[in-house]
Design a protein around this ligand. Sequence first.
Ligand SMILES: [Zn+2]
Ligand SMILES: [Zn+2]
Length: 169
Amino acid sequence: MLKLDLFDLERRQTLRVEGRVEVDDDLLEGLPFVYEEPFVVVLNATWAGSGELVVRGGVVGTVSQDCRRCLDRVERQVDVDITLLFAPSDLLEEDDTETYRLEMGVREIDLEPYVRDEVILAIPAFAECRVGCRGLCAGCGENLNETECMCSPGGMDPRWDALRALENK
Ligand SMILES: [Zn+2]
Ligand SMILES: [Zn+2]
């Protein structure tokens, strides 16, 4: 939980929030990548003059994904800049989809779900292990980055040619 204490913030005008998003968080299920270690989060919250709350900072971590061609594990460094805007309901324009609603009388906000959303948005759904990954052979399933298989470019295994030749006799 990345707690932002709004009363504290009221007093100090600006507040630093630091924390981690843990690897085993339930809400991370079903994502096209896995966290290798907890994300480190550093944020600064400030009241803007207009009554809005601005939260700025960054998230650093490592995720891994399967290469979409050969299914090898690909590790990726993640360094996401984050800007979150909150506004009280009376300042919130109805068609404003960028700004989150700040409920009246709320004492604290858990920034973790917002941060998680930003991280998920920032990570591409697909990874490739290298430029021009050759992927897996559709015929035999070999990783073509590592070996040349016996299949012909058309996808048929030439070993069947001999059999077919026999059948046709
Ligand atoms: Zn690959
Ligand atoms: Zn093959």
